[in-house]
Every structure is written in structure tokens, then in C-alpha cells.
Design a protein around this ligand. Structure first.
Ligand code: PLP
Length: 399
């Protein structure tokens, strides 16, 4: 059997690559702190299950391909809090933000077309682009420049005749970088000038700290025809397993194309849509509480990282990730050491090596991504284990 060139070109998720070693360490009796994956330990709001328990239809029937009306209406009301007016036809319910991304790429890209993505980026973009026959092209950013990319010259330097869209993460994974509304406007102006679409991945929308204002590209109505927003209940409501996302655009031609794909996959889980509709109706206080929790976790991580001698941790302003350099030449080798050789009182730690979040060869080799998704004491211990592991690793290398 010969697999397709598309699949041959894909890589396994760098976030999951070290899982077998993590599992083995756990089987050997070690406790492993998982700072490697964006799976929060925050409880899913009880209204999700309550709504499902109250669902008393006798048949779990297919839902409408575009989504159940109660979920569409709940999402419409949620976006009103951002002064964004939507109609049911502007929204497609998807199987997580993942399907919204993949559908967007399929409907925009022809063979060999390019999507610009600020690098380092959420690695699955590369997989979704390849599934659609296209490819991602990085807009290079660095930790030194705060992973900033809302700069017309920087973006334009990456545009080629094959560029179809700019994919923006707001706030970012793996960087924690945030965009202001003015930054979004700069990106939209470039898109307008070069006739590109914008795919705005806003699955972490509310997680903006230090007084920053959560925003959406939908707040720029003058560019509404170019904007596609990807949304999800996974992170905002800590409901990753519900697999409910949204694809939103005012561009009717685009949404009509998306409907063809949606009808092909029939529908999204009826039951999960019922629960998700209740989540979108949570009061503003829910977001304040969750945001305060993640912000506190971030502060613990930064404080603990700064205990590494000679190290100064960046303070990311959004999402629940941070990417930073560690004083190690080969991060993957260090992670293997943590999982296969190191332990402190029967415990070790796992993070994601950042190299896999870069398309440019050689970049990110000395960087890690930490997901601050565990409660504060676990984050504190997890980062402490990185520091202790680093000491033991350097000792092993004779440093
Ligand atoms: C930036 C970003 N976009 C999209 C997704 C996909 O999320 P889901 O399919 O669970 O909605 C993730 C998941 O980690 C993500 O980090």
C-alpha cells in the first residue's frame, strides 16, 4: 500500500509525540505532571450536564447540518456582549474548532495554495492545510520580539501569488501573545490590499490578562466579508471532550460553500449541542472567575521559572500557554531524560518541546511550551520538577 502524498507530508503532533514515554513512566509508578497538553483541570460548568439530563426526546436524531437552533441562538446572544450582531446563517456548528479550521482550509485552498501563519503556531494548522491540498507558510516571530506579527511589512514579506489567507491566533497558542483591535485592523488592511481571507482562531478569546480587553475580528464590520472566525467550547468552558465548535462568517458565498461540506458530514452530536447551548448562556461572572484562575496559574509558573539560576521568564498576556527558552541545547533530549531517568520523590514532569511548533528547520530547539492548565499547587510542583530535572540533567552531562 502507498499512502497519499498528503498523509506522507504530515507529522505526528509534537504535543502527543512523547505520550508513550509519559505513559510508561506512569506504568512504572511515577506521578507525571502534564504541562504538555491544553487539557484544563477546571470543572466543566454543571449546566452542561443539567441541560443534557433535561433533554427528553425519545430519539437521538440527526441535528440540522448547520447546527441546532438553541445553540445558534445562544451563540448569537453571546456575541451581542461583544456588540457583534449575527444571524443563524452566519454560524455553522462544527465538531470542535478543529473541524471549523479544516473546513475553512478545504473551502479556500487549491493544490499548492498557501496560508500564512505566525510562527510558532498551533501545529495542527499544518495538518489541516495539507488535508486541503495546501500548505502553511510561517510569518517568523521570536520570543525576543514578543512573538509580534501585526506588522504590515512583516506580513507582506511572506505573501506570494499562492497566498490565500492569513490565519491569526488571538490569543496565541503556543505563545500567549495577544492582539489589540488596532493590531487586528493592521492585519485586515493587509488582507484587503492583497485580496486575502482572514481565518481568526479565537478559541481562547476570554483568556486575556493584565487589563487587556478580549476582542474579536468580528468587531471590525468594514472587513466582515474577509473574516472567518473559529470558536470552540473546549477551552473557554473546559469542555474539550464535547467537540463543539463554531465557524462564523458574514461572507455568504463562503458560508454556502461550507454548507456543502457540512451536509456531507451530516451533523454534529445532537446531545453535545444541547449542553453547549447552556454553556453559551453562562453569565459574565463565569469568565471573570476562570480568567482569574488562569492568571493566578500563570503567575505561579513565572515565579517558579525565575528560580532557575540565571533565567528570566517572559510574562505571557493571554491563552494558557507560554513558550520560552531553557538553558538546554537539546530540549527533546532533556524531556526524554525527565521521562525515562529522572524522578524526585516518585514524580516527574512533561512539557511540549517547542520545535514542533515551528516550520522553519532548526528553530525552537531550545524552547519549551508550558500549558498552565493544572491547579496552582500542581503547576508549582511541575515547574519545580523542571528546575530539579535541569540540575540533574546538567550533572549527568558533566556541566
Ligand atoms: C489554537 C487552537 N485552535 C484550535 C484548537 C482546537 O480545539 P477544539 O477542536 O477542541 O475546539 C486548539 C486546541 O488545542 C487550539 O489550541
Amino acid at each position: 500500500m502507498k499512502l497519499s502524498n498528503k498523509v506522507e507530508a504530515m507529522q505526528f503532533s509534537p504535543i502527543r509525540k512523547f505520550n508513550p514515554y509519559g505513559i510508561k513512566a506512569e506504568q512504572e509508578g511515577k506521578k507525571v505532571y502534564h504541562l504538555n497538553i491544553g487539557q484544563p483541570d477546571v470543572e466543566t460548568p454543571a449546566c452542561f450536564m443539567e441541560a443534557i439530563r433535561n433533554f427528553d426526546e425519545k430519539v437521538i436524531a440527526y441535528a440540522e447540518s448547520g447546527g441546532r437552533p438553541e445553540l445558534l441562538d445562544a451563540a448569537i446572544d453571546y456575541f451581542k456582549t461583544y456588540d457583534v450582531e449575527l444571524e443563524r446563517g452566519d454560524i455553522m456548528v462544527t465538531n470542535g474548532g478543529s473541524e471549523a479550521l479544516s473546513m475553512s482550509f478545504i473551502s479556500l485552498l487549491n493544490e499548492g495554495d498557501e496560508v500564512l501563519v505566525p510562527e510558532p503556531y498551533y501545529t495542527n494548522y499544518a495538518t489541516f492545510a495539507l488535508m486541503a491540498g495546501g500548505v502553511v507558510k510561517p510569518i517568523p516571530t521570536t520570543s525576543e520580539d514578543g512573538f509580534f506579527y501585526a506588522d504590515a511589512a512583516k506580513i507582506e514579506a511572506c505573501i506570494t501569488p499562492k497566498t490565500k489567507a492569513i490565519c491569526c491566533l488571538e490569543p496565541g497558542n503556543p505563545t500567549g501573545n495577544c492582539l489589540t483591535l488596532d493590531d487586528m485592523r493592521v492585519i485586515c488592511e493587509v488582507a484587503e490590499k492583497h485580496d486575502l481571507m482572514i481565518i481568526a482562531d479565537e478559541v481562547y478569546r476570554e483568556f486575556v490578562y493584565d487589563g487587556g480587553t478580549p476582542g474579536t475580528f468580528l468587531q471590525l464590520p468594514e472587513y466582515a466579508d474577509r473574516v472567518i472566525v473559529v470558536d470552540s467550547v473546549s477551552k473557554r468552558f473546559s469542555a474539550c471532550g464535547a467537540r463543539i465548535g463554531l465557524l462564523i462568517s458574514k461572507n455568504k458565498e463562503f458560508m454556502s460553500g461550507i454548507m456543502k461540506i457540512a451536509q456531507g458530514r451530516l451533523c454534529v452530536s445532537t446531545v453535545d449541542q444541547i449542553g453547549a447551548a447552556a454553556l453559551f448562556r453562562l453569565p459574565a461572572s463565569y469568565y471573570d472567575e476562570v480568567k482569574a484562575e488562569y492568571c493566578g496559574r500563570r503567575d505561579v509558573v513565572v515565579e517558579e521559572l525565575n528560580k532557575i539560576p540565571g533565567f528570566s521568564a517572559p510574562t505571557p498576556r493571554g491563552s494558557f500557554y507560554m513558550t520560552c527558552k531553557l538553558p538546554v541545547d537539546d530540549i527533546e533530549d532533556f524531556l526524554m531524560f525527565l521521562l525515562t531517568e529522572f524522578e524526585d520523590n516518585g514524580e516527574t514532569v512533561m512539557f511540549a518541546p517547542a520545535e514542533g511548533f515551528y516550520a522553519t528547520p532548526g528553530k525552537g530547539k531550545d524552547e519549551i511550551r508550558i500549558a498552565y492548565v493544572l491547579k496552582k499547587e500542581d503547576m508549582k510542583r511541575g515547574v519545580e520538577l523542571i528546575r530539579l530535572g535541569l540540575e540533574a540533567y546538567n550533572k549527568k552531562l558533566g556541566k
